[in-house]
Each structure stands twice: as C-alpha cells, then as structure tokens.
Design a binder for this molecule. Structure first.
Ligand SMILES: NC(=O)c1ccc[n+]([C@@H]2O[C@H](COP(=O)([O-])OP(=O)(O)OC[C@H]3O[C@@H](n4cnc5c(N)ncnc54)[C@H](O)[C@@H]3O)[C@@H](O)[C@H]2O)c1
Length: 288
C-alpha cells in the first residue's frame, strides 16, 4: 500500500480536530517528498540559446539542474551555457541522427536527462497559394521539419533514454515538455504551416503520454501566446502594439521567465500529463 493510501485510510471521523490537522500536515509533507525535485537533475533544452528556451535553461540551472543546450546557433548556445555552467551541443533538431548523438553526448557528460524541453522552432509565414499563385510547399516542409520533426526527434530519444533509468518517487522517470503555440487553435492567415506544426505537437501529447505512462515518463505541451523574444522582436513596433492591445490581461507580451515558470511547474507537479496548456493572458488571435 502506498504512503498516500496508508494515510488516506485513517478513520478521520474518530479524530479530534487537532489530530486531524496533524494527519493532514503529514499527508501534505509526504506528498512534498514525492514530487520530482529539479535540483541535481539533468535537463536538455532545445532552442536554449534564445527566447523561451534560454529562459528555461537559466531557470532550471538556477533551480540546481545541470543543463544542456541543444541549438543550431553554436555561438549563442556556448554563451548561455558558459553563463549557467552547462554545456552546449550544436545540432539541427530536424536531423534525427544528430539529435540521437546529442542526447547520448549529454547523458555521458552530465548524467542521463530526466527533463527534456523542446523550444527550438521557427515562425515562417506564407499563404498556401501565394499572391501570384505560387504555392508554399518549401515553407510548409521546412516548418514541419524543424518544429514538428525536431520536437518529435528530441522527445523520442529523450524518452527512450529516460525509460532506461531507475524510477524516482512515485514511479516517475522523467518529463518531456514540448512547445506548441496558441496558433494551434487560432492560426492566423499565413500561418497554416506554423499552425499545422504546432497543432501536431498538441495532438501527439496525449498519445505520447499514454505510450510512456508505463515507464513513468510524462508529456505536457505549453501553447504560448505572444512572448517578448527575438522571434517577436523582429516585428515592426506598430504590429507589436496592435498585438498587445488585443491581449486582455496583462496587456503586454509574455515574459520568457513566465514560460520557464510554467515549465518548472510541469516538472514538479506529477499529476500534469497528456495535455496542452495555453499560457497567453487570455488572448485569442484574430484572423489576421
Ligand atoms: N515568442 C513567442 O511569442 C512564441 C509564441 C508561441 C510559440 N512560440 C514557440 O516557442 C519556441 C521558442 O520560440 P522563441 O520565441 O523563443 O524563438 P527564438 O527565435 O528566440 O529561439 C528559437 C531558438 O531555436 C533555435 N533553432 C531554430 N531552428 C533550429 C534547428 N533547426 N535546430 C536547433 N535549434 C534551432 C534558434 O537558433 C533559437 O536559438 C518556438 O517553437 C516558437 O514557435 C513562441
């Protein structure tokens, strides 16, 4: 019988209020011991050289994790890694063999990862049929290769390696966090490739969680709204102003640290699994 079940079997009706309080405190403190602690774990963050990934890498390092940054941009990845006493691995996440090798390298240098966060991604925009009737297959393919296959590649290799580990508390072996986007539900004109990639990331979350459940590996996706990262900073100011005006509350771009806080919560809350969480200040994107 688990610790929870043993505590839950206490005949509460026969207890004085004081003893009941003490039992409740015991249950809460037992639960506290059962959550995955970030300190001392290895975390892999793809796209960790910039934006949401960088904020997550820094946040996990601050919480005591050993962090590996997997990114295409070697220079920036090295700079962030040096700052947080982690390692950088230059990789194109759409290359499955390279991701496999990168995960193996991280495992041998930092110890096997129990946390894998996929933030590597691109945000190309194109109409399905362009203005002069030009189709956009290349944009569609590139976007899916990086955003969807890149996420799938890291999830596959990280999960396979987590399955080999000893379970921690509550039978848990690891956590995978993937990055979708609010565009998975409210894709705007020109976002069909991006929305398709992010929709697939949201859709595969539940079957992946179901598949990995026996091994105690959880899968959760975050669907960010509009965050202040280099991806967004490239937009003209008037576009950003219009976007932020449409965010109900708080009426500003999200802070990448807020994404990192959500990632931390997902790691430490063992009951979060198989779902996609919108993190968006209640924004719903208009058609264009
Ligand atoms: N910023 C937002 O408002 C927002 C909103 C919703 C979803 N997202 C998603 O969050 C993720 C992170 O976005 P961001 O805003 O931090 O972007 P960003 O451009 O600041 O960072 C993306 C990082 O991914 C890396 N990268 C790109 N392609 C890669 C590849 N093929 N292999 C390895 N690394 C690669 C880049 O070098 C960069 O360091 C993306 O998937 C994006 O779609 C962002």
């Amino acid at each position: 019988m688990s610790k929870y079940a043993a505590s839950a079997c206490v005949p509460t009706r026969e207890l004085s209020p004081l003893r009941l309080l003490l039992y409740n405190i015991t249950i809460i403190s037992e639960k506290k011991n059962d959550v995955m602690k970030i300190e001392g774990l290895t975390a892999i963050v793809s796209g960790g050289a910039s934006g949401l990934g960088e904020a997550s890498a820094r946040h996990f390092a601050n919480a005591g994790a050993r962090v590996a940054i997997l990114d295409f941009d070697e220079k920036k990845a090295q700079a962030v890694a040096a700052d947080i006493d982690g390692i950088a691995v230059q990789v194109d996440v759409s290359d499955e063999r390279a991701v496999h090798a990168a995960v193996a390298k991280v495992n041998s240098e930092l110890g096997a990862a129990r946390i894998a966060v996929s933030c590597a991604g691109i945000g190309l925009a194109a109409r399905i049929v362009g203005r002069e009737g030009k189709p956009s297959f290349d944009v569609f393919q590139r976007t899916l290769n990086v955003n969807l296959f890149g996420t799938y590649n890291l999830m596959t290799h990280a999960a396979a390696s987590m399955m080999e580990l000893e379970p921690l508390t509550d039978g848990e072996r690891g956590v995978i966090i993937n990055t979708s986007s609010v565009a998975y539900e409210d894709g705007q004109l020109g976002q069909s490739a991006y929305a398709a990639s992010k929709g697939a990331i949201a859709s595969m979350c539940l079957p992946a969680a179901r598949e990995f459940a026996r091994a105690g590996v959880r899968v959760v996706a975050i669907a960010p709204g509009l965050f202040k990262t280099p991806m967004m900073e490239g937009l003209p100011e008037e576009v950003t102003d219009k976007i932020t005006a449409d965010i109900p509350f708080p009426a500003r771009l999200g802070d990448p640290r807020e994404y990192a806080m959500m990632a931390e919560h997902i790691v430490t809350n063992p009951f979060l699994n198989g779902t996609t969480i919108r993190l968006d200040g209640a924004v719903r994107l208009p058609p264009r």
